[in-house]
Design a protein around this ligand. Structure first.
Ligand SMILES: *Cc1c(COP(=O)(O)O)cnc(C)c1O
Length: 398
């Protein structure tokens, strides 16, 4: 058997073996060069082997890598403070993945309501087409039962799904008394790069405040500068008419993050605002690796590298969307997204076939939903690299 035959086939893999990455370029076993428009599903936000990231990781590995959460460590403390500063939240819990961040925030929402109101308010409302991860509760929260729930019954109880951007459905949930939280992705990622309406999010905030539900934004994919703000919910607060919304949202609110935080290391977590900051106490939640020092050092370097380029991200995304629009490509039905989270809805050709053809031509991209070609390039990508990637897109689709 080949080495790879020993890996369980849970992923349909493309026939490429990558051996090296530098910046926004990847190289396979034949030395062939690829432009990376995927970042390992939105993870390598500072590109591959960024010298500052490498230095931070090596220095921390050579100093102290792990001591457990029974003690304080400096990089983790520094990272916690930075994350609260950039988000306006009050406290953070570190996990190893997005799904675990979601699990933690579900526990928080249930305990928040239980502490305050007793039993009965345990239901979490999520959206149809959402994706929240593969562990049992996160999978239950994922509002795509046909695609993800078939073989794994019974599921965790206490979840209900409502359609995206449907204010009436949200209002009708608000008449029920069993709810502790509403969880949503500001832009649904795996579901097909589907942005929520600003008016819907505003209404969601209102209803959450009124009923004392925790509003949870799952920013595992949209967080850490992907959309041109540190967190996507901040994009919805910058419009003048929504300033109170921005303020309100920081009050009663929890946010998960993971993919882009540590530049390729397994790390994530959730941040809590004022309302729920005191919900979790000693013994209520934990994980052995969460708060690992090498990951924290990596994350600190990622935040440092991204800080000066943050103002350029929305512009770069706009540039890509406009250029793709102007190409007038066959099969392209709609271009959507925000910042460097870009979805191109296709018709008349399977999205997986387009991803495979682009890979063959030297451009690494991702599928999303059932018919969307998705770009999540490293946030440090240059205009030249964008142009080179889009040239491959043009040649492949025409
Ligand atoms: C990827 C993703 C998750 C799951 O993260 P893992 O690290 O794969 O467990 C959860 N929520 C969203 C929005 C995601 O995009």
């Amino acid at each position: 058997m080949e080495n790879y035959d020993y890996i369980l086939p849970t992923y349909p893999r493309y026939p490429v073996t990558f051996v090296k990455g530098t910046g926004c370029k990847l190289y396979d076993t034949d030395g062939k060069e690829y432009i990376d428009f995927a970042s390992g599903i939105g993870v390598n936000s500072v590109g591959h082997s960024h010298p500052k990231w490498v230095e931070a990781v090596c220095a921390q590995a050579a100093t102290l890598s792990h001591v457990s959460n029974l003690y304080y460590t400096q990089p983790v403390g520094e990272l916690a403070k930075k994350l609260c500063e950039i988000s306006g939240m009050k406290g953070v819990f570190f996990s190893n993945s997005g799904a675990e961040a979601v699990e933690g925030v579900i526990k928080t929402a249930r305990k928040y309501s239980n502490d305050k109101y007793g039993e009965g308010r345990h239901t979490i409302i999520t959206l149809e087409g959402s994706f929240h991860g593969r562990t049992m509760a996160a999978l239950t929260a994922t509002g795509q039962p046909e695609k993800f729930h078939k073989h794994f019954h019974p599921f965790v109880q206490g979840f209900r799904y409502i359609p995206v951007n449907d204010i009436a459905a949200l209002e009708s949930e608000a008449e029920k008394t069993d709810i502790c939280a509403l969880m949503l992705e500001p832009i649904q990622g795996e579901g097909g790069v589907m942005p929520l309406d600003a008016a819907y999010l505003k209404k969601a905030q209102e209803i959450c405040n009124k009923n004392d539900w925790l509003l949870i934004t799952d920013e595992v994919q949209t967080g850490i500068a992907r959309t041109g703000e540190w967190f996507a919910y901040q994009s919805y607060g910058i419009k003048p008419d929504a300033v109170t919304f921005a303020k309100g949202i920081a009050g009663g609110f929890a946010v998960t993050f993971a993919k882009g935080i540590a530049g390729g290391f397994p790390y994530g977590g959730f941040l809590l605002g004022e309302k729920a900051q005191a919900t979790l106490g000693a013994g209520d939640h934990g994980t052995t690796y969460g708060g690992n020092l090498v990951c924290a050092a990596a994350a600190l370097s990622v935040l440092e590298i991204l800080t000066p380029i943050l103002p350029t991200i929305k512009e770069k995304g706009e540039y890509i969307r406009k250029k793709v629009q102007q190409m007038n490509l066959p099969h392209v039905k709609e271009i959507r997204g925000n910042g460097l989270m870009i979805g191109i809805k296709l018709e008349g050709i399977p999205h997986t076939e387009v991803v495979a053809n682009l890979l063959k031509a030297g451009l690494v991209t991702l599928p999303a939903g059932s018919d969307v070609l998705r770009f999540l390039p490293p946030l440090v990508i240059s205009t030249e690299e964008i142009d080179a990637g889009l040239k491959i897109l043009h040649e492949t689709l025409t």
